[in-house]
Design a protein around this ligand. Structure first.
Ligand SMILES: Cc1ncc(COP(=O)(O)O)c(C=O)c1O
Length: 418
């Protein structure tokens, strides 16, 4: 019987391993190797050189994104720290972050001396605008929506909410490099956007990040935030804002050279992953036992992931086991097995308010008048959704047939268990 589940002795849908691999690193070829070799041969590894690769990457990325200013830094976390500093966020301020993101998002808030406030996610797997509205206090200065796994969150509603309350918006696009939302790039809807170029991202130079904005003052301040010596390296420049000192998040020319080549490949990478996701969705039957992740703009998202949310928590485990038997790796994001550290539940240093300093800042900073409290159970909706959400990835090493097989495995399991 074709529809007998493999877990019950039937024939598995997927009999050969579905290819894996990181996006950007999978397409590294002679062009990146040549670019790095050239930098090494030139001996000019510092970013403030003539015809700098970093500066050119910034110009090329800004042109792609359609923004006035972009600044390369050494990681996505640095990009978030510089973005927040650029917008004047610091001690005494609260910044709302979603309960589902890499801990770096919340850590960046602590990094500027501000207090992270954790909000629920909804079926978009991004910030729930209704909960964000509930979490706004007189101390809230900004919201930090995150576009997880290439899918922009509910930006329309979140931007409207922020404008209504006079809040700044920093978009964490670390997992959504090149993703679009209703005709404009993710990261260009808020005040400042941030990319990560680390190993796992859509494009990669090993480690790296980008801050981008149309706001000149914010840009200039991100530049000071990224390098305390910036006014010295660029001494001839007329600065509009008074320079200040922060840490050093400067990238090297090697990173810039790789990033430029990778940026030229972003169109090919994303058209491939978008084709895979389209093939997957076209094959997927109407769901019985699950709902699909809500995606505001299916055409703009990166196509690097798909998620299904099983209706009942008990069923989620059964789906997981049945899908694995069909040959499709699956697991809920929140479970009692390997912890997914993208869930606030595992952010011990934040939940336990572990300060980088004996003063206990940012929570015990005398300037902070709020009283944020954290607990493991503080976002039950987030834990409920992630305890039922199964996520599947698409990467450049896969072919459409792999995506169709993944959907076929889900269809088969859903037909029996749903
Ligand atoms: C959503 C999100 N934000 C921020 C970061 C931090 O980026 P990086 O590792 O480049 O510092 C990551 C990295 O994985 C991320 O996934």
């Amino acid at each position: 019987m074709a529809n007998r589940l493999a877990i019950d002795g039937g024939i598995p849908v997927i009999t050969e391993r579905i290819p894996g691999g990181a996006h950007g690193p999978s397409v590294i070829d002679d062009r990146e190797i040549h670019a790095v070799t050239e930098v090494l041969r030139s001996g000019k590894l510092f970013r403030f050189v003539e015809n700098s690769h970093v500066a050119t990457f910034e110009k090329e990325a800004a042109a792609l994104l359609g923004v006035n200013h972009a600044l390369m830094v050494n990681s996505g976390t640095s990009a978030l720290i510089c973005a927040l500093t650029g917008l004047g966020i610091g001690p005494g301020d609260e910044v709302i972050v979603p309960g589902y993101t890499f801990i770096a998002t919340a850590a960046a808030v602590v990094g500027v001396g501000a207090v992270p406030v954790i909000a629920e996610i909804d079926e978009s797997l991004g910030m729930d605008p209704a909960d964000v509205a509930r979490k706004i206090t007189p101390y809230t200065k900004a919201i930090l929506p995150v576009h997880m796994q290439g899918v922009p969150c509910r930006l329309d509603e979140l931007i409207a909410l922020a404008r209504q309350h006079n809040l700044k918006v920093v978009e964490d696009c670390c997992q959504c490099v090149g993703g679009q939302y209703k005709g404009a790039y993710a990261g260009t809807w808020g005040d400042v956007g941030a990319w990560s170029l680390n190993y796992y991202k859509v494009i990669s130079c090993g480690e790296g990040g980008l801050v981008f904005t149309n706001d000149y003052d914010a840009y200039e301040r991100t530049a000071f935030a990224s390098d305390p010596a910036m006014p010295m390296w660029m001494s001839g420049k007329e600065w509009k804002n008074p320079p200040f000192s922060r840490q050093c998040y400067r990238p090297s020319e090697i990173m810039g050279a790789i990033a430029r080549v990778q940026l030229s490949k972003i169109g090919d990478i994303l058209s491939h992953t978008r084709r895979l996701k389209k093939a997957f969705l076209a094959e997927l039957d109407e769901p019985k036992g699950y709902i699909r992740q809500h995606v505001d703009d299916p055409d703009g998202e990166c196509g690097i992931s798909a998620a299904i949310i099983i209706k009942e928590p008990g069923l989620a485990r059964k789906y997981t086991e049945a899908l694995r038997a069909e040959g499709l790796g699956a697991g809920t994001a929140y479970n009692d097995g390997f912890p997914d550290r993208h869930i606030y539940y595992y952010w011990d240093s934040i939940l336990l308010k572990h300060s980088p300093h004996p003063s206990g800042y940012p929570w015990k900073d005398p300037q902070y008048k709020g009283n944020v409290e954290y607990s493991r159970e503080m976002c039950p909706q987030t834990l409920s959704i992630l305890g039922r959400a199964l996520r599947f990835g698409f990467n450049v090493n896969m072919q459409e047939e792999h995506a169709r097989l993944m959907a076929a495995a889900i269809n088969k399991v859903d037909a029996v268990l749903g």
